[in-house]
Design a protein around this ligand. Structure first.
Ligand code: FAD
Length: 480
């Protein structure tokens, strides 16, 4: 029976996994994960991501055991690791699901050639996207650079294939690999802040599915109205499961369509359609990253290369650890540091504060998010930060500068979100909870808040900061 190596990457699931399915249909399967810390230009997985990855690989290994198989762990250059593994296990084929990060494309292309030259058959599949970047184009054959027409084109395109079930049983190869390592070798250091991550999440395919089922049953109906509210459970919280591939976008897409009665029953502007369009933001991120590979490090709008960024380490640290004095920003940053996740609305507000109020380079924000998010994803994170900074595809207009107080009052009207993450403001009554410095002294005293001691005074005055940002933005606009 021929043996196929299945190289797992960001597709840590058994169901709707095209590479695994094709390999299982062919014969014996040797599942492997290679922790690649050698590829040049790679964005090394951040701290929170590593925590997630370990749990997710353990869950995948358990699921493989239930089907008579197991996961082989390796580390280093995937080319070397896979070549040796193929020789040791007498495998004649390697399969994987495609990745779209520029460094991954370069690595996989080279790897395909070198493995093929050694006589192995190499086949890659689409397991991560609804629409691969080269399949969606404008009428003139160009990539899209604006989200709305991109989403329209996707919605008009033939529907993504329906998800396939997991293989019931996997045949193991007769010859065992000689080299492999254990989980503790692969992840030698504990993520110091992992306690909060463990309290908030259970990585793995099983939990991804139960989260999705609960989302469809309990949250989807009001998603259109509540998805911008960080104080309620109004979104799916599936982003880390989607990033690590524990749930495929096809499973999410078709699951939501089934719940609303099919594509014909989709109502523009209603919750199900709104949700599918959010999934299309994820697709758009990959579309842009594929066509503009230096996007993670270079502003799409070249004028931003001349932006007069401030470079204030103290301000950056105050932002990172939730000590800016603006409650909605601080609550978000503490939610991020504790749980590895932040609500989308708050990502926008906190991001805008760093870039526009503090005039810090968006790349500082992108790197901090990269290390702290359990859903850290090169395409979505880059798109989000370039959007916030105003320098990206489909970016916010340069003069849109979020007012952190108004955003807090609008999207966290009772202050429940802020109070949850900033216990020092727990007793501050509603009219002041998003702007504690406006509260009378007696109210602060009664709430046990001492500004500058128990909670910071604002790092900058938002009105003045806004003026500074607009000046800087005007200057580069004229320079462009
Ligand atoms: P839902 O509202 O349930 O949305 C469904 C799914 O659609 C999400 O799980 C996600 O996969 C996708 N999605 C939703 N909004 C977006 C968006 N704006 N861009 C891309 N995909 C989206 N998302 C990441 O997955 N990884 C990141 O590293 C990341 N970094 C971001 C950085 C900034 C500065 C900003 C503004 C946004 C970022 N996002 C990122 C997008 C978004 O904030 C998260 O996808 C969303 O908060 C995840 O929560 P959810 O699963 O409950 O979303």
């Amino acid at each position: 029976m021929p043996t196929t190596i299945v190289w797992f990457r960001q597709d840590l699931r058994l169901a709707d996994n095209p590479a695994l399915r094709a390999a299982a249909e062919r014969g014996a399967v040797l599942p492997v994960y290679v922790l690649d810390d050698t590829t040049p230009g790679a964005w090394t997985i951040g701290g929170a991501g590593r925590w997630w990855l370990r749990q997710s690989l353990e869950a995948l290994d358990r699921a493989l055991h239930e089907r008579g198989s197991r996961l082989v762990l390796l580390q280093g250059d995937p080319g070397v690791a896979l070549t040796r593994l193929a020789a040791a296990a007498e495998a004649d084929s390697v399969m994987w699901n495609r990745a779209y990060e520029p460094f991954a494309i370069a690595r996989d292309t080279a790897l395909k050639t070198s493995l093929t030259d050694r006589g192995l058959s190499v086949v890659s599949h689409n397991g991560a996207l609804l629409f691969e970047p080269w399949t969606v184009a404008t009428q003139t054959g160009q990539p899209y650079s604006v989200y709305t027409p991109f989403a329209k084109a996707c919605l008009k395109a033939p529907a993504p294939p329906s998800p396939a079930p997991a293989p019931v049983r996997l045949h193991t190869p007769e010859v065992s690999p000689t080299e492999e390592i254990g989980f503790d070798d692969l992840f030698p250091t504990r993520v110091v802040w992992s306690q909060g991550l463990a309290a908030a999440w259970s990585p793995g395919e099983t939990k991804a599915h139960s989260t999705f089922t609960r989302f469809v049953a309990d949250i989807l109906e009001d998603y259109g109205d509540k998805r911008n509210r960080p104080d309620v459970e109004g979104t799916s919280r599936l982003s880390p499961h989607l990033h690590w591939g524990e749930l495929s976008p096809r499973q999410a897409w078709h699951g939501v369509l089934a719940a609303c009665g099919g594509a014909e029953a989709l109502d523009p502007g209603r919750s199900s359609e709104v949700y599918l369009k959010e999934l299309l933001w994820r697709e758009f991120g990959y579309h842009i990253l594929f066509h503009v590979p230096d996007l993670p490090t270079a502003p799409l709008k070249p004028a931003f290369a001349h932006f007069p960024w401030a470079d204030d380490k103290d301000n950056r640290n105050a932002w990172r650890f939730g000590r800016t004095g603006y409650p909605i920003v601080d609550a978000g940053m503490r939610q991020l540091r504790t749980t590895g996740w932040m609500h989308n609305r708050v990502r926008m507000v906190a991001g805008s504060f760093l870039v526009k109020d503090l005039l810090e380079d968006w790349q500082h924000g992108a790197c901090w998010f990269w290390d702290n998010l359990v859903d850290a994803d090169l395409a979505s994170n880059t798109l989000g930060w370039q959007w916030v900074a105003g320098c990206g595809p489909d970016a916010a207009p340069y003069f849109r500068i979020f007012n952190p107080v108004k955003q807090g009052e609008k999207f966290d009207p009772d202050g429940a979100y802020v109070r949850r993450w900033l216990p020092e403001l727990e007793r501050l009554p509603q009219p002041y909870v998003h702007a504690p410095w406006t509260a009378p002294k007696s109210v602060l005293a009664e709430a046990g808040v001492s500004l500058g001691t128990t909670y910071p005074t604002p790092l900058v005055d938002h009105g003045e900061a806004r003026g500074r940002a607009l000046d800087a933005l005007q200057r580069i606009k004229h320079a462009a």
